[in-house]
Design a binder for this molecule. Structure first.
Ligand code: NAI
Length: 269
């Protein structure tokens, strides 16, 4: 049995509800999937990587209601397949978490158009696709919710990641616009902005940013950044998962069109 992720305050809250989470084979997405399942939801974990099947298997071994599906979020046909599967299982959908995201780190002269477009495609364009394909199912829910992965880089661009920052600023615009359009259908749309979260993505950031900024020892850059965080620690994936449980819960029924920082105080705008 893996350590519990969800706060006990959500025990049973999502019983009878369904959730689709993308980028859920590892990291934040997997913690979010586990948290919703632990709180009673039936979850569909989506990832382009085969690791998602093992992840779902592990949740089932822990007595949770989870299924894994391999799909690339940028692939329109594959995403139609994901929501066709959700329709078949539940005939409606309560929660969509558009969590899949990628980053690359490069100075301007080396940043290829392909890299720029790929980061935008996964982090922003695919989010539109997920929302559009899920909307008919979310409209059939009593309380449809969409949660979109933004970042501290949706507040302030960091050096060497203009494409990532552009993609995450875009997430907030998309979130606000859809919150206005989908409110009439009872669907709330919010974004979440993590600062530094201990996942594979952070290991990559520490290595690549560290190299470019002249911090060669592993962990050196992360220590410097953590020192600048008022709460003096990086987030764990479960911190993000518990924010998303709140935002999807009935207690958050008056919250829509927001981008919520979860970063130990790193950004206060
Ligand atoms: P991660 O790299 O640990 O996991 C991301 C997952 O998404 C992987 O399993 C990967 O296979 C999957 N994925 C990537 N591209 C995909 C695609 N095209 N189709 C389907 N699945 C795909 O990343 P992490 O840290 O869990 O990040 C999750 C989200 O949170 C991302 O949107 C990221 O930008 C955001 N975020 C992460 C932060 C961090 O410090 N780790 C900070 C701020 C935001």
């Amino acid at each position: 049995m893996t350590t519990t992720v969800a706060s006990p305050m959500y025990a049973g809250h999502f019983a009878g509800r369904s959730a689709v989470i993308t980028g859920a084979g590892r990291g934040i997405g997997l913690a979010v999937g586990r948290a919703f399942a632990e709180s009673g939801a039936s979850v569909l974990l989506v990832d382009r990587d085969a690791v998602v099947e093992d992840a779902a298997e592990q949740l089932r071994a822990d007595g949770l209601d989870a299924h894994g599906i391999r799909a690339d979020v940028t692939d329109e046909a594959a995403m139609r397949g994901v929501f066709a599967e959700a329709d078949e299982r539940w005939s409606s959908l309560d929660v969509l978490v558009n969590n899949a995201g990628i980053i690359t780190i490069s100075d301007l002269d080396d940043l290829s158009l392909d890299d720029f477009q790929r980061v935008l495609a996964v982090n922003t364009t695919a989010m539109f696709l997920g929302c559009r394909e899920a909307a008919p199912l979310l409209r059939r829910s009593r309380s449809g919710v969409i949660l979109n992965a933004a970042s501290g880089q949706a507040r302030q661009g960091f050096i060497f990641t203009p494409h990532y920052a552009a993609s995450k600023f875009g997430v907030i615009g998309l979130t606000q616009s859809l919150a206005k359009e989908l409110a009439k259908d009872g669907i709330r749309v919010n974004a979440y902005c993590p600062g530094i979260v201990q996942t594979d993505m952070w290991d990559y950031n520490d290595r690549e940013w560290g190299r470019r900024l002249g911090h060669y020892a592993p962990g050196e850059l992360i220590r410097e950044w953590i020192d600048a965080i008022p709460l003096k620690r990086p987030a764990e994936a479960k911190d993000i998962a518990n924010l998303l449980l709140f935002l999807a819960s009935d207690a958050a029924e008056y919250i829509t069109g927001q981008a919520v920082n979860i970063d130990g105080g790193m950004f206060m705008n």
